[in-house]
Design a protein around this ligand. Structure first.
Ligand code: AHR
Length: 511
C-alpha cells in the first residue's frame, strides 16, 4: 500500500515538475534552397592591430625568444589559428593604420625608424614587425592578408607603392626593393582597405569628402585587388548612402562597417564581474547587428541590385573596461561565456546575411578586446570565443540553409530579447550543420526542427557552456570552458528535438 502511495505521489510530483520546468517548444523550419548563397569563409576573419599586446608580446616575440617561434612568431599561436581555419587577417589597424608608414617596417631591423603609437598608449613603435613579417606569417597561417592602407596621414603614392611592393611580379622600383629585402615572388595581397574609420581616427572626414578621397586613391592602385572603403560606424546609414551614391560601383569591391557591443562608452563595465542586467545590455547591442546589416544592405541594394559589392564588417565584438592593473591604452580584457554567446549569435547573423556580408573581422585576435587567444609570457590560453569560432568553422564556404522561426523571448526588467539564434548550412560533403545559441541566462529552450526536407537520419552534437555566465579560462585553469559532446537531443518521427541550456552554444551535425 505504502509503495502504491509513493508511486502515485512520485507521478504527481513528476507531472507538476514537468509542467513547470518545460518551456513551450519552438518550431524551426530549415529549407534546402538551390538559390541560397555560399557562406563566405571570410566571415570568420580576424584582426591584428599594433595595439597593446596584440603584435608585440602577442603574435611576435622575436626570433631570439625562448618561446618556440618561427621567424619571431609564436608557434603555439600559429597552430591554434590554423586549427581555427583562420581565413584572413586584417593588419596593421585600426586607428594605427592611418599613422603607419609601411616603408618604416622593411629592410634591416636595426635601421628601421621608430614612431610613437599615438592612439594606443603612446608607446614607442620600433617597426620590428613589418610587411614581410606579417605577410610571411599569413603564409604560415594559410590566411589571406587584408592590409589597411594609410589614407589619414599617408599619400596616394605611398599606398600605390605598397601595392606594387607586395604584388608586382615584373621589374619596378618597388619590386626591386622587395627582392633586395629578400622576397623574390610577390605575395599577391588581394584585400586592401582604403583607410580606416575615415569619419573618426582616420581623418575626421565627412562622407562626401571621403568618397572623393577614396576615388582618388583607388584610381592609382593597380592590379587585380579588392578595394574596400572605410565604412559606417554602427547605424550611420548616411555614410553608406553617400558612399554608394558617389563612388561608381566598378571602383568599389567592398564597403566596411564597424559595430562594437558596448553598454556605455563612458562606463563599459567589467569583462568578468558583470550583472545579468549588464549581460542583457551587451546582448542588446550585439543583436543590433541584425538590424544594422539588414539596413546597410538595403541601401547597398538600391545602388548595387546584383549584390556585387561586399559588406565587410571588419571590426566587431564586445568591448569592456580594461583589466585592472593593465595599461588603459592596451585594451586587454578577459573573455567569458557572455562573449561566447555574443560570438555565436553574431556569426549566425552574418551567416544568415551571406548574400551580402562576405567578410568580417573579430576585434581582435590576440590579447586585445574580444580576443580568441590570450598570452602571459610563455603561457597561452584559448578563450570561449575561440571555441565558438572553432565550432562554427564548419559553416565556412558551405551553402546557407535559410531558417524560419518565431523566437521565444528572454525577459529581464520588463525588456525582451529574442532568446534563440540559429543558422544552418550544408557543406560540400553533404553534412548539415545547425548552430544554435540560447541567449536566455536562466531558462533552457526546447526546439523542434523538421528534418524531412534536409534528409537527415543521424546527428551528433557539441556544446559550449559552463556553470556561470561569468566563467572564463584563466592561465591557472586554461580549459575550464571547452566544447564537449552533447546528447541533449533526439530524432523522433523525422524531427530533431533538442534542449538548449541557458547561455550555451550548440552545434548539431546531421547526415
Ligand atoms: O579595435 C580597436 C579600435 O576600434 C580600432 O583601432 C578602431 O578602428 C576602432 O575604433
Amino acid at each position: 500500500m505504502k509503495k502504491k502511495i509513493a508511486i502515485i505521489l512520485a507521478m504527481f510530483l513528476f507531472g507538476i515538475f514537468g509542467v513547470f520546468s518545460q518551456n513551450s517548444t519552438t518550431e524551426i523550419t530549415i529549407k534546402s534552397r538551390e538559390e541560397s548563397p555560399i557562406i563566405n569563409k571570410n566571415i570568420y576573419g580576424h584582426f591584428a592591430e599594433h595595439l597593446g599586446r596584440c603584435i608585440y608580446d602577442g603574435f611576435f616575440v622575436g626570433d631570439t625568444s625562448k618561446i618556440a617561434n618561427t621567424n619571431g612568431v609564436r608557434n603555439d599561436i600559429i597552430e591554434a589559428l590554423k586549427a581555427l581555419k583562420i581565413p584572413n587577417l586584417r593588419w596593421p589597424g585600426g586607428c594605427f593604420a592611418d599613422t603607419y608608414h609601411w616603408k618604416d617596417g622593411i629592410g634591416p631591423r636595426e635601421d628601421r625608424p621608430t614612431i610613437v603609437n599615438q592612439w594606443w598608449g603612446g608607446v614607442t613603435e620600433d617597426n620590428s614587425f613589418g610587411t614581410h613579417d606579417f605577410l610571411n606569417m599569413c603564409e604560415l597561417l594559410g590566411a589571406e592578408p587584408y592590409l589597411s592602407g594609410n589614407v589619414g596621414s599617408g599619400t596616394v603614392q605611398e599606398l600605390a607603392d605598397w601595392v606594387q611592393y607586395t604584388n608586382f611580379s615584373g621589374k619596378s622600383p618597388m619590386s626591386d626593393l622587395r627582392k633586395k629585402n629578400g622576397r623574390e615572388k610577390p605575395w599577391h595581397v588581394k584585400y586592401w582597405g582604403i583607410g580606416n574609420e575615415a569619419w573618426g581616427c582616420g581623418g575626421n572626414m565627412t562622407a562626401d569628402y571621403y568618397a572623393d578621397v577614396y576615388r582618388k586613391y583607388t584610381t592609382f592602385l593597380s592590379g587585380d585587388i579588392e578595394r574596400i572603403a572605410s565604412g559606417a560606424s554602427s547605424d550611420d546609414y548616411n555614410w553608406t548612402e553617400t558612399l554608394m551614391k558617389n563612388i561608381p560601383n566598378r571602383m568599389l569591391g567592398g564597403l566596411a562597417l564597424h559595430h562594437y557591443s558596448v553598454i556605455d562608452w563612458n562606463n563599459k563595465g567589467d569583462a568578468v564581474d558583470f550583472s545579468e542586467d549588464q549581460y542583457f545590455k551587451t546582448m542588446t547591442e550585439a543583436l543590433k547587428m541584425e538590424e544594422l546589416v539588414t539596413k546597410h544592405a538595403a541601401i547597398m541594394d538600391k545602388y548595387d541590385p546584383d549584390k556585387k559589392i561586399d559588406l565587410v564588417v571588419d571590426e566587431w565584438g564586445g568591448w569592456y573596461d580594461v583589466q585592472k592593473d593593465t595599461n588603459p591604452g592596451f585594451l586587454y580584457q578577459q573573455n567569458t561565456m557572455r562573449d561566447a554567446v555574443l560570438a555565436g549569435a553574431t556569426l549566425n547573423i552574418f551567416n544568415n546575411h551571406a548574400d551580402r556580408v562576405r567578410m568580417a573581422n573579430l576585434a581582435q585576435c590576440v590579447n586585445v578586446l574580444q580576443a580568441v587567444i590570450l598570452t602571459d609570457k610563455a603561457k597561452m590560453i584559448l578563450t570561449p570565443t575561440y571555441y565558438v569560432m572553432q565550432m562554427y568553422s564548419v559553416h565556412q564556404d558551405a551553402k546557407l540553409l535559410p531558417v524560419k522561426f518565431d523566437s521565444p523571448l528572454y525577459e529581464l526588467n520588463g525588456k525582451t530579447l529574442p532568446a534563440i539564434s540559429v543558422s544552418a548550412s550544408k557543406d560540400s560533403n553533404g553534412l548539415t550543420h545547425i548552430s544554435l545559441v540560447n541567449i536566455d541566462a536562466n531558462k533552457e529552450n526546447k526546439i523542434e526542427i523538421d528534418l524531412n526536407e534536409l534528409g537527415i537520419k543521424n546527428a551528433t552534437g557539441t556544446i559550449l557552456t559552463s556553470k556561470k555566465l561569468q566563467d572564463y579560462n584563466s592561465f591557472d585553469n586554461p580549459t575550464k570552458i571547452h566544447p564537449i559532446d552533447y546528447k541533449g537531443f533526439g530524432i523522433k518521427k523525422g524531427k530533431l528535438i533538442i534542449t538548449v541550456p541557458p547561455f550555451s552554444v550548440v552545434m548539431i551535425e546531421g547526415k
